[in-house]
Design a protein around this ligand. Sequence first.
Ligand code: GDP
Length: 197
Amino acid sequence: MKIKSAEFVVSNSDVSKCPKNSIPEYAFIGRSNVGKSSLINMLTSRKSLAKTSGRPGKTQLINHFIINDNWYLVDLPGYGYARVSKTSKKTFQKFITQYFALREQLVSAFVLVDIRHNPQPIDLEFMQWLGEHGIPFSIIFTKADKLKPKAIDNHIESYKNVLLETWEEMPNYFITSSSKNIGKEDVLEYIDSLNSN
Ligand code: GDP
């Protein structure tokens, strides 16, 4: 898919105020610092569409971007930031639950995972939750440039082993690096294929 246009539309803390039209949308979510903003910038070929930030946990909003005038890319807040209080963790949960419960326009979520880390309970629990609520998702492994090909294979393998304890099959996944521009076309082609269904 060629990106002809990518524009910020609106930021919200209230799901009911998100765009009301029926344009298909794709939500990107993951632990703080996973490389979500960098990935969004890579996908859209824009340097700073999503604000990369040295301060994880800062963006606690639902951000809608319109791509090629025909689909929304939704940047959701990062989760699992250790320094946020219990109250803001609760607020976050409610907010995300509402987003996924109410957004009928959502075609698929992308759960971002840093490829260097072993499967983390918070990511696994989140994927489990999506599965239980019937929300389609793919996994995007980020920062692939940080590992050698063999180590990438090993990490994917260990992820598969853990997921297959609870899932019948490994969810669809992508291997990406925003620094090295890897995986961009795979993700965009996938979105394109879902858009034309
Ligand atoms: P976010 O908090 O999930 O939006 O993450 P950012 O996109 O702001 O990235 C967090 C940190 O990881 C920054 O220091 C980025 O430079 C770095 N980073 C993001 N993507 C990559 C990548 O593909 N490769 C490498 N080596 N570093 C990355």
